[in-house]
Ligand binder design. Structure first.
Ligand SMILES: N[C@@H](CCC(=O)N[C@@H](CS)C(=O)NCC(=O)O)C(=O)O
Length: 215
């Protein structure tokens, strides 16, 4: 079985799939589509998925889109066997993507000159308000848990790590939310997560709001 993952080393959703692959020690080939350096990778990627959203998994020529589905394909054990635990893990995965990463992407894209000439301050304010609402909810939900969905490292953590990594860069998690801050630190220390953070260091200058000197 040959697995190829197309993605960008600084992309949050690429991290999500990479964390699952690294954590489960699944062999694969990374097809980097960063910038103009790898035109053959970009062409093959767009050939499989003209929508152009990454990551994309290609297995023996057959593409799979969407990071959560890629994880279920390559690392099924990251979804718990018990149905109630599986539901919790999938729900947290959706919450991190839709209610943390989506507002983060909105704020970041409003600062990308090739997407917008002048930042839409109202959109940025709405995204910041969304983060302000979800942070305390996450803090309560994660209290007393080792990992996002309980005692097991799951797909929810693959989503939680990149979304909270970047969320804290655009809107600092308040000190008072100790469980959420501790979870972020814990998940960033996991070797599979530390590896994607390290591999992305050369790309930090790309962060349009300016990467903070930490993490
Ligand atoms: N729902 C998708 C989201 C993927 C996504 O938004 N990827 C971003 C990179 S982190 C992307 O492709 N950005 C490039 C673009 O929008 O053109 C998933 O989970 O894979």
């Amino acid at each position: 079985m040959s697995l190829e993952l197309f993605g960008h080393p600084f992309s949050s959703y690429t991290w999500k799939a990479l964390i699952a692959l690294y954590d489960t020690k699944t062999p694969f080939e990374f097809r980097n589509i960063a910038g103009d350096q790898y035109p053959e990778n970009e062409a093959a990627f767009l050939d499989h998925w003209p929508v152009g959203k990454f990551p994309l998994l290609v297995e023996e020529g057959v593409p799979t889109m969407e990071s959560s589905i890629i994880i279920e394909r390559v690392a099924p054990r990251l979804v718990p066997a018990d149905p109630a635990s599986a539901l919790e893990a999938r729900m947290l995965d959706r919450i991190f993507d839709n209610h943390v990463m989506t507002p983060v992407q909105a704020i970041v894209s409003e600062h990308l000159p090739f997407i917008t000439e002048k930042p839409d301050e109202a959109r940025i304010a709405r995204a910041r308000a969304a983060l302000d609402k979800v942070y305390p909810w996450l803090d309560s939900r994660l209290a007393g848990r080792q990992w996002a969905a309980g005692e097991e490292f799951t797909v929810a953590d693959c989503a939680g790590a990149p979304s909270l990594f970047y969320a804290d860069w655009v809107q600092r998690i308040p000190e008072a939310l100790a469980s959420l801050k501790a979870y972020r630190a814990r998940v960033l220390a996991r070797p599979s997560v530390a590896r994607v953070v390290d591999e992305a260091r050369p790309y930090r200058a790309l962060f349009p709001l300016g990467a903070p000197d930490r993490d």
